[in-house]
Ligand binder design. Sequence first.
Ligand code: NAI
Ligand code: 15L
Length: 267
Amino acid sequence: SHFTKVLITGAAGALGKELRHSALRLGGSVRLTDRIASEDLADHEEDMPVDLADFDGVMQVVEGCDAIVHLGGQSREGTWEAVLDSNIKGTYNIYEAARQHGVERIVYASSVHATGYYERNETIDAKAPQRPDSLYGVSKCFGEDLSRYCFDQFGIESVCLRIGSCFPEPVDRRMLITWLSYGDFRQIVELSLSAPRVGHMISFATSDNRERFWNNEAASVLGYRPQDSADDYREKVFAATDQGHPNDPAVRFQGGSFCAVGHFEDE
Ligand code: NAI
Ligand code: 15L
């Protein structure tokens, strides 16, 4: 990409670690941040741990970066406090620091859980109204809306990637639809930074799986061509798992088990 210093938040997490392999294709150098320190730093990497809820700390971490890949935060349903601090305040802090420091573009890790309450037999596109399935999903909708506001008002570009299930391999039947391989994840993030102009974009992000919930024009605009497919794991997953009951919310809705749980009671 044409960016010179790219900040990766959530760098010590599962996807952050994977994205570090792309560092040299993202920008000249990368700055890592997480509340946990990252290990085995390469010459082109620096690490500045911070809690995303700490605005002054986030301001320091963002200074000097011209693009951000924002992966950090609560990555599944959690308590309201965790979602509020890490995702709502954390994502606000990233965008506000980006505005004050003149960051040009942000790739935001949104989620399928922003639209998890669409039924599995529906096919939607990225313009369908949000339909979150959890407080976690609500926080991803907040990030998508905040990023749109920051583009319309301040011109900060964002690609919101509604990541499906990004794991080493699909392990249940829903993931035969939602799976995103690590390689395809790296490709779509790299393209989100190297595209000359993205404006404000929302794109689903999955591999080349035969079954799909989504029409996904935005990904083709980026030039994304997934190299992997959950179909290679179909027989293995079918042999290891049950179909489930069609009226079970985990089977009925795109968000899967998040739709069967409900949010956590206060502790
Ligand atoms: P992860 O839980 O492995 O990594 C998240 C990282 O964020 C962790 O290293 C954690 O320490 C850090 N973090 C959490 N709260 C923080 C805070 N307040 N301050 C600083 N750091 C904080 O999650 P994963 O799988 O790597 O996901 C990365 C992003 O992608 C998350 O935003 C997640 O919501 C999103 N995503 C992931 C999917 C997946 O299948 N892996 C699917 C859809 C979205
Ligand atoms: C997500 O948003 C989570 O980050 C991940 O852990 C999975 O639960 C994924 O969605 C999924 O729905 O498979």
